[in-house]
Design a protein around this ligand. Structure first.
Ligand code: PEP
Length: 252
């Protein structure tokens, strides 16, 4: 059965000490009031080892926000999937729209990153989603299909079953503009049908598909109440424990 997951994406926020403080506070708050879903935080590389140590004995998982498309060597400034895994992190966000748009990450590059993440025991949280002009042109399904097929559909069914998907309409990320629950459900159901077509109904039913894009404590419950929405990838609202907890409580 698929899992309900709320994953934070800290992006390029928080100094090391601020990140440590946030992780400690989150750990305490969730120990006092247990979540009804899996919770994890994806942090900048420099936080990973410290945050993984803090959250080791808790139910909160840890992930990176990216990893390299090469396994090791002369790639100055890059961080490999093996290095991420060596910190204790278990997840890695791949294909976030900010990486695609600002750092030129193509579907081919992402395919390599996914393979390396899986080879190193990491669970990719693979992001897909259309920009506003694509939605306005009614091309959202086409865009998402291409993102899925070009980066993931070479995987075996066994490897595909290790992937978590995040549908993040780019027009909703950090804009305060959320997809309506109806728009989210419609796209998540489409994504699941595409997976069923490629890997079969069982695999599709077992894939967690998160929604991302201005999800907050006041809209989380309604979004997560949709049958094909299995949780959220949370940016801005993951930076304050009260907000993140409010989103997590969308499953209560
Ligand atoms: C994200 O960056 O994945 C995201 C969903 O951001 P926000 O929640 O701030 O829109």
């Amino acid at each position: 059965m698929r899992k309900n997951i709320v994953a934070g994406n800290w992006k390029m926020n928080k100094t090391l000490q601020e990140g440590i403080d946030l992780a400690k506070e989150l750990k305490d708050v969730l120990a006092a009031d247990k979540p009804n879903c899996e919770v994890l935080v994806c942090t900048p590389f420099i936080h990973l080892a410290s945050v993984a140590t803090i959250l080791e004995e808790s139910t909160v998982g840890v992930g990176a926000e990216n990893c390299a498309d090469k396994s090791s060597g002369a790639y100055t400034g890059e961080v490999s999937a093996a290095m991420v895994a060596s910190t204790g992190a278990k997840y890695v966000i791949l294909g976030h729209s900010e990486r695609r748009a600002y750092y030129g990450e193509t579907t081919g590059i992402l395919k390599e990153k996914v393979k390396l993440a899986l080879a190193n025991g990491l669970t990719p949280i693979f992001c897909i989603g259309e920009v506003l002009t694509e939605r306005e042109a009614g091309k959202q399904n086409e865009v998402v299909y291409t993102q899925l097929s070009e980066s993931l559909f070479d995987l075996s069914v066994e490897d595909f079953s290790k992937i978590v998907l995040a549908y993040e309409p780019v027009w909703a990320i950090g804009t305060g503009k959320t997809a309506t629950p109806g728009q989210a459900q419609e796209m998540h159901a489409y994504i699941r049908s595409v997976i069923a077509g490629k890997y079969g109904k069982e695999a599709a039913g077992n894939t967690s598909i998160l929604y991302g894009g201005s999800c907050n404590p006041s809209n989380a419950k309604e979004l997560f109440g949709n049958p094909d929405v299995d949780g959220g990838l949370i940016g801005g609202a993951a930076l304050k424990v009260t907000d993140f907890k409010g989103v997590i409580d969308g499953f209560k």
